[in-house]
Design a protein around this ligand. Structure first.
Ligand code: UD1
Length: 418
């Protein structure tokens, strides 16, 4: 199994180009199932989760051309007749549940295996099911599958809690439902806006994406079209934290600062100089040690749970003590035990971690437990004395495009070994 080896101590300096957003491209690929014509998607990152989604769409009968050089996918779902998303494909990636809305809207039937994905809490699908029922579907869960059927009609979906994925499923299903759908307490993440922009390019009628009420007027059909995926704000944030932790200066290009104000504010609070120049974000921490920051994870526009582990790594070597409150997922502190192996000082009480910064971490073998946890271990390795070997990096390949190459380009001493 592949591992990543990091030798700490080098401040990161230079430019890094940000890839398309994983959390936008996955729903957009699933959304292409709604279209009655070819959909061209540009700025697609080369990630394991993207390949898994492509396999799932092929399994459902879609034709897919992938131009890896140009980071472009062409999806033609006109002949796609399948409506079953099998366990084998769904279990590795929770986002597979995002075919539920499109399949139901297009075919009047969908069977989707209950998802797996990162083990960061129980992650139920009740909100997805609630949305489909509100649009008139009959839904049963049996033998490990969500089985939904019925012709969808517009309706009112009021989410009792904010869910990114359930909002996306609701949005996609509503585009082809008969009549108008009002989605209340919708998630407001930039990836939802990106999905909505793609659907509108295909002919959908959507208002309010990015706000907590979204109104969708159902149309007869969606046609083909093209869309370019927005930059990945979590990848961006990870490189910027790396700059701050190592006392370096990194310019993230092809980024979108407007989608991550909460993260940029925390970097500034930690003592970094943060500047935005067009689509570039510059973080400069040369000659300084970061100050510890307090973090509370919240739905957008609050601080993202997907950046929690990275800021915990920052606090591990910062001056002072910072608290990290994880309010989105119940079991998202699995990186803590691994950070302790590197010499961090962290106390956990329920959903809160208190991190007291230490002068230095020391390299050790550690194990990645989920996608963003893997990133936090690399970050810690970049500042630890000696060698840190990170095992189970398949988690990392699900969501970061060529991370070790991008970090090497910034001067990190990092390599992948077999
Ligand atoms: C998405 C992101 C993930 C991010 C998360 C929160 C993708 C592909 N993944 O995941 O990277 O960490 O948003 O920003 O976009 N919940 C329920 N019932 C449901 C659905 C969710 O109780 O039916 C709960 C979850 O357990 C969690 C909370 O709602 O506690 C938020 O989850 P949700 O926003 O749905 O996350 P995902 O869409 O799975």
């Amino acid at each position: 199994m592949q591992k990543i080896v990091v030798n700490g101590g080098a401040p990161l300096e230079g430019e890094v180009a940000i890839s398309g957003a994983k959390n936008a491209v996955l729903p957009i690929l699933c959304g292409a199932l709604l279209a009655d014509g070819p959909v061209e998607i540009a700025n697609v990152p080369d990630l394991d989760d993207v390949s898994t989604t492509a396999r799932l769409l092929r399994e459902l009968g879609a034709r897919i051309e992938h131009d890896a050089e140009a980071s472009r996918f062409l999806i033609d779902a006109r002949e796609a007749r399948g409506h079953v998303a099998p366990y084998d494909l769904v279990r590795t990636m929770r986002a597979s549940v995002l075919v539920l809305g499109p399949l139901l809207a297009r075919h009047g039937a969908a069977e989707v295996s209950l998802p797996g994905g990162c083990a960061i809490g129980s992650r139920p699908v009740d909100l997805h099911i609630h949305a489909m029922q509100a649009l008139g579907a009959e839904v049963e869960v049996e033998h490990g599958y969500i089985k939904a059927r019925g012709r969808l009609r517009g309706g009112r979906i009021e989410f009792p809690a904010v869910s990114v994925g359930a909002t996306e499923n609701a949005l996609m299903a509503a585009t082809l439902a008969a009549g108008t759908t009002v989605i209340d307490n919708a998630a407001r993440e930039p990836e939802i806006v990106d999905l909505a922009e793609c659907l509108v390019a295909l002919g959908a009628d959507i208002e309010g994406a990015g706000e907590s009420r979204i109104v969708v007027r159902g149309v007869e059909r969606l046609q083909g079209g093209r869309h370019s995926v927005l930059p990945d704000r979590i990848e961006t944030g990870t490189f910027l934290v790396a700059a701050a932790m190592t006392g370096g200066r990194v310019v993230a290009t092809r980024a979108r600062a407007g989608t991550q104000q909460a993260v940029l504010d925390k970097l500034a609070e930690a003592g970094a100089d943060v500047a935005v120049e067009g689509d570039a974000i510059v973080v400069d921490m040369r000659g300084r040690r970061p100050r510890a920051v307090d973090i509370v994870t919240e739905p957008y526009p609050g601080f993202p749970t997907d950046m929690q582990a990275q800021f915990m790594a920052l606090n591990c070597i910062a001056e002072g003590t910072g608290t990290i409150d994880e309010r989105i997922f119940e079991n998202r502190f699995m990186h803590v035990n691994e950070l302790l192996r590197l010499g961090a000082d962290i106390q956990i009480e329920g959903h809160r971690a208190t991190v007291s910064g230490v002068e230095r971490l020391s390299g050790a073998p550690v194990m990645a437990t989920d996608l963003r946890a893997s990133a936090s271990l690399i970050l810690a390795g970049l500042v630890a004395e000696g060698e840190t070997v990170i095992d189970r990096i398949y988690h990392l390949d699900r969501g970061y495009e060529r991370i070790e190459r991008k970090l090497s380009g910034l001067g990190a001493r990092i390599q992948r070994i077999d």
